[in-house]
Ligand binder design. Structure first.
Ligand SMILES: [Zn+2]
Length: 230
């Protein structure tokens, strides 16, 4: 089954997609999805998304994209972002160490979004901590230039020989039209099979498209509430 494992709904400050629209797109294409909003899981608690997914029979994986902070001080610097799957409860931005404790407690899976994409909050310490991760993005459709994804592919090829980790292709969609730009083929029909495949590194990336400049502009307009959700 094909999955888009990095997408944003209107519950992200910079995204426009209504959860219903997102799930309808997945239903139409027979894709599984994870909605991974920035620093919150409101789409799961308030967005009614689990109910819609059940009704439409869409494979939905609860997720969140979380900012990693340098230390736990109030105005601490962000040192990148990570993505977590199968979270039961939202995790607030904090240090990598604290996030890891929470992930273990919740038996969740850890992924590294856009690992070398320095213009877009890549997790700077990924190279030293990759063994903690279950998966990493090898294709992110929002990368500004191809070299950033190529670097991910190269790093993946190097580490995969040492320890199995899964390669993901994702859209990082902030608008409905972007969903499916990058996908991951995983042979899984339920949570257990999905977890097993990810842990064994049994995934294949599918590259469909890259985000257009217009999609990036919409992210900026969404931040200023200057464009309608759809
Ligand atoms: Zn994202």
């Amino acid at each position: 089954m094909l999955f888009d494992l990095h997408t944003h709904s209107k519950y992200s400050i910079d995204a426009l997609s209504k959860p219903e629209t997102m799930l309808k797109i997945c239903k139409k294409n027979n894709w599984g999805i994870s909605i991974t909003d920035h620093d919150n899981m409101n789409v799961y608690s308030r967005g009614n998304v689990k109910k819609i997914a059940k009704k439409l029979d869409v494979f939905l994986i609860p997720g969140e994209e979380i900012r990693v902070l340098e230390n736990n001080g109030g105005d601490s610097k962000c040192v990148g972002e990570i993505i977590v799957y199968f979270l039961k409860e939202e995790i607030k931005p904090s240090t990598f160490k604290d996030i890891l404790v929470e992930i273990k407690k919740q038996d969740a899976l850890l992924s590294c979004p856009h690992p070398f994409d320095w213009p877009r909050k890549n997790f700077k310490d990924f190279k030293n901590n990759w063994k903690e991760f279950n998966s990493m993005e090898v294709y992110n459709a929002r990368a500004y230039y191809a070299g950033l994804n190529k670097k991910s592919q190269f790093f993946f090829n190097t580490i995969f020989k040492e320890k199995k980790i899964s390669a993901l292709g994702v859209s990082d969609a902030h608008t409905p039209e972007e969903i499916g730009n990058g996908l991951t083929d995983i042979s899984a029909n339920n949570e257990e099979e999905f977890r097993r495949a990810i842990k064994k590194g049994n995934t294949k990336i599918i590259i469909n498209n890259k985000a257009k400049i217009w999609h990036h502009i919409q992210t900026q307009l969404a931040r200023k509430n200057m464009i309608k959700e759809r």
